[in-house]
Every structure is written in structure tokens, then in C-alpha cells.
Design a protein around this ligand. Sequence first.
Ligand code: HEM
Length: 474
Amino acid sequence: FRRRRNLPPGPFPLPIIGNMLQLGAKPHQTFAKLSNKYGPLMSIHLGSLYTVIVSSPEMAKEILHKHGQVFSGRTIAQAVHACDHDKISMGFLPVGGEWRDMRKICKEQMFSHQSMEASQGLRKQKLQQLLDFARRCSEEGRAVDIREAAFITTLNLMSATLFSMQATEFDSKVTLEFKEIIEGVATIVGVPNFADYFPVLKPFDPQGVKRRADAYFGKLLTKIEGYLDERIQFRKANPNAPKKDDFLETLVDIIQADDYNLKTDHLTHLMLDLFVGGSETNTTSIEWIMSELVMNPDKMEKLKAELKSVAGDEKIMDESQMANLPYLQAVIKEVMRIHPPGPLLLPRKAESDQMVNGYMIPKGTQVLINAWAIGRDPSIWKNPDSFEPERFLNEKIDFKGQDYELLPFGAGRRVCPGMPLANRILHMTAATLVHNFDWKLEDDSSAEADHAGELFGLAVRRAVPLRIIPVVKP
Ligand code: HEM
């Protein structure tokens, strides 16, 4: 059938379930192995969801750039139907007028250089809290669970930038609501849902995914709407008060100017997308950065020396100083190469039939770009499994969407709009942790084995949480 329709090759599918049994716990790794046999454009059947997997920079460029318009759609998981998010969200709407307006707001207002510079003071305060927490752990000789610390820091950095809010606290028994909601969303969206592969099951919601997603999305939207109302009322009551530097202020400006053909719902759902989109991704990346550095002490020392030469005795640098830290930049790129947080990016969908490399990709096909496989391809990277930031020092390759060998943020029309903020969060958090402390493993007996293990979910995280003790040099 495949040959008759000239579809991309792939493993033989079983009736009804297709290739589901072959997926395993780490689909990105399974797909990488299968693509060695079937090639960089391979097709599989996930239940009734026909899917094409892309595993080379050349094919990724065909999909994301040359035929970018055709492959600009998204397949929508059932969880995303929560609170009608699929009908109104920038992350899931098809490319069109509303989507374009929201991308424009992101590019020109929220993530502009000017806006990022203005909000950096908010982020510095949150990094100070991380520093204080690590200092307390150091004094008590206790290990930091880096994932937990990274999660709290990321949530606080995101909520400061978006709403000037504190999302959660270190060392507190009180779990503030934000943390609970984002953890809930990550769990629900990360769990495979059979209804996504067998649409006949959708109305029955057999795993309760839609019901739980409705509850979490609803809570988060209610909070965002509350902040928005509060800010609008505050502006009315204090027309001459100085404006805040967060995204919420931009949102109020947009609503009041009424320059776009968007409803308030579009903007509150946009804030939800930004908050959720930035949380798990940054958290897992920070844990991998620290994990790789602790397991590669010579690289850690090299980075420390660079930070010392630029920051001196300053504890938290300015974000503008990141441009003077080429080794730090190389470390972040190397982590993004080996551990892209979303190894298969966000699913794209063919909006019409399209021939690619001699094969037919029919309308409606889900297309996954295996950035993990491309990042570990030995024909592209020397020693692909080893952590060597030096490979980027004399190379111009970057992850901004122009170089198809390195695609953690995707590329083309739907490239991650939050990249400017993610860039700042990753560089600044890593710099703060590395510059102010030496780090040693709490238990190094099984460190090597633990380090390699991955856990597939909304983002691919370290399977065993990294626990390391901060030490302040006398
Ligand atoms: C390490 C951090 C991050 C990584 C690796 C990452 C990765 C990605 C990827 C792979 C995509 C899909 C791109 C494509 O289809 O070509 C994406 C889309 C998106 N990201 Fe990020 N992201 C990160 C941080 C952020 C942050 C901080 C935000 C917001 C503050 C954000 C918001 C979004 C949104 C809203 C989309 C959907 C865009 C659309 O469909 O038009 N991301 N991201």
C-alpha cells in the first residue's frame, strides 16, 4: 500500500494499533534506531495517526523551510482541547490572522530586546533567591535537588517576567498554586493518551485526560484573568503611576489600544502558553546543564575560570554580560545538542498533500522532527555522545533556527517565540550556580549510570534527580 501511494518507508504496521508496540519508553531513541534502517524520512502508524519522522538536517530543512507553509499546522492532543485552548491558542491555532497577530505581539512587544532588557531587574531578584537558598544548603552541608531548585527558579523567573509575581518559594512547605498547576499540566500532557491515537475513544476520555486538563487549565486561566483585572483596575485608579516592566503591562496596553483583531481570551490563553511553554523546558535544561558539568569536572573548571575573569566578585551578572562568555554559550549549545528538552519538538501537521524527497506526505499527516537523533548523528558530530562544548567555539552553528543540525527550538514560521527569554534564563541560572559555588555529588557511587538515564514526558528529563552539594570556597 505504501509503495503504491509512494509513501515514505517504515516498519510494517499491525492492524488497528499500527506500530504502537514498537514505541517503547523512549520513542525518540526508538525512532533514531528505526531511521537507521528506513532512512531520514520514515513513516509509522501510531494507532490511526499516520506519522512521518524526520531525522536529518536536509529533510528538516525541506519540511520546516522549503515547504514551511504546508507543514505549519499542528496535530492537537486531546488535552489541548481543555477550555477550548485549541481554538484560541497561539501554540495550536493554524497559521492565519489571529496566530500572526499573536506572533507579532510576541516578537515586537513581549520578547523584543527592549522588553527583555526592561524586565531583567525582575529576574535578578529571583536569581538572588536561588543564590540565598544554595548558600543555606552550603552552610548546612545539604544537597540541592537541582531539578526542584531549577523548577522553582524557572517558575519564579517566568512569573516575574510575565506578571511581576512570586510563583513559589524555596524551603517552604506551602506549595503555592502555580507550582501545583504547572506540575499537573506537565503530568497530563506528558502521559501518552490512547484517545490521541484512536480518535473513536475521544468522546469517552478513557484516561480522564481532558477532564483533568480542563481543571488545571481552568485554574491557571482564572489566575491570569484575575491578574489582568487587577492591573486594569490599578491603572484606572492610578493613571499617573509608572508602568511595570512585565508582560501583563504590555497586555493591558494592547487591550486598551485595541489595535489587533483579538479578543481578551486570545491574550489570556497566550499568557498560559507562554507560562507553560517556558516552564518544563527550562527546568529540564538547567538540570542537564548542571549534570553534564558535574560529570565533566574539567569543563566545569574551564567555565568557572571564564566566569571569574568576566564577573570577578560580582555574584549575579547583568544579562548583557552573557555576550562576553563564549565558553558558557558553547556549554548551553552542547547541552541543547545532546539533551533537546523536546526531542521530537512540537508535532507539525501537513495542511495539504506534499511531495518531499520523492515521497508523498498526505494532508493530515503528523510530522515529527527528531532533533535528538540529528544531535547525536555521528555523520554530523564527532564523538556525538560525549560532552564537548569546545566543538562550538570555532563554529558559527547556533540554535536560532538557521542551522538544521541544531534544532532544540524548532525553525521556520513556528520557531519557539520564547527563545530570547529562554536564552537569558539558561545562561543566567547556569552562570549564577557555577560562579558562586563548587559542586560535589551527594552520592557518587552510581553517578555515571544515573547521569545517562532519560525519562520521556512533556520534556525529557534526567531519570534520576541530580542531587549535589554546593560548597563555598573559603
Ligand atoms: C529551553 C527552553 C525552550 C525550548 C527548548 C523550547 C522549544 C520549543 C519548540 C521546539 C517549539 C516548537 C517549534 C516548531 O514547531 O518549530 C516551541 C514552540 C513554542 N514555545 Fe518554546 N521552548 C523553550 C522555551 C520557551 C519559553 C521560555 C516560552 C515562553 C515564554 C516558550 C513558548 C513557546 C510557544 C508559545 C510555542 C508555540 C509557538 C507556535 O506554535 O507558534 N518556549 N518551543
